[in-house]
Design a protein around this ligand. Structure first.
Ligand SMILES: [Zn+2]
Length: 165
C-alpha cells in the first residue's frame, strides 16, 4: 500500500472514530460488532476492519514469555492503555503521546516497529531484572524524598535560628 492510500485509510478511521460511540447501547441483544444489526454497529464494524489493518498490535517480541504472570500482566495492561477511543486523550493512544516530540501539537501515528519496541520494554518490566529496576528506583526515590525532607527540616531550623540572632 502506498503512503497516499495509507493516509486515506487513516483519515477514514479518524472520521469513523468520531462518528461512532464504542459505549453504544443497543436494544438488540445479538447486535454486536461481529454481527451488526444497526447503523451504529455497522460503523463500529467498519472501524474495526480499518483498525485491524492500521493499528499496531502493541505486542512485544517474546509472546512465549507471557506464561509468566508479571510479564503477562504488564503486557495486557499496556495493550489496554493503547486502545484508541474518541473520548480519551483526543483519540490518540498512550504510545503516540509518549513518542510525540516536545513542542509538537498532535502526535503522529507510530510505526509497527515503534509499538513493538515499546511493548517489549513494558513486558520486560515484569521480568526479574525489570522488577529489580523498578524496586531500585522506588527505594532510591524514597531515600531521595527522605533526604529532601531532612534538608528542608535543617534549613527550616537554620532559618529559625537566623531570626533568633
Ligand atoms: Zn445495534
Amino acid at each position: 500500500m502506498d503512503q497516499a492510500a495509507f493516509d486515506k485509510l487513516k483519515e477514514a478511521e479518524r472520521l469513523l472514530l468520531y462518528a461512532t460511540d464504542d459505549r453504544h447501547y443497543c436494544e438488540e441483544k445479538d447486535c454486536t460488532v461481529e454481527s451488526p444489526k444497526c447503523p451504529e454497529r455497522h460503523a463500529q464494524a467498519a472501524l474495526k476492519a480499518l483498525s485491524d489493518v492500521l493499528e499496531p498490535p502493541h505486542e512485544g517480541l517474546h509472546p512465549g514469555r507471557l506464561v509468566s504472570d508479571p510479564e503477562r500482566i504488564y503486557a495486557e495492561r499496556w495493550k489496554k492503555e493503547n486502545e484508541r477511543h474518541a473520548w480519551l486523550n483526543s483519540g490518540y493512544t498512550l504510545v503516540e503521546h509518549l513518542l510525540c516530540p516536545e513542542g509538537q501539537r498532535h502526535p503522529d501515528r507510530v510505526t509497527f516497529r515503534d509499538a513493538q519496541v515499546a511493548a517489549a520494554v513494558i513486558q520486560w518490566l515484569g521480568t526479574a531484572c525489570g522488577r529489580s529496576l523498578y524496586f531500585n528506583v522506588r527505594t532510591r526515590n524514597r531515600s531521595s524524598q527522605n533526604a529532601t525532607a531532612r534538608l528542608v527540616a535543617v534549613r527550616g531550623a537554620q532559618h529559625a535560628s537566623a531570626f533568633q540572632l
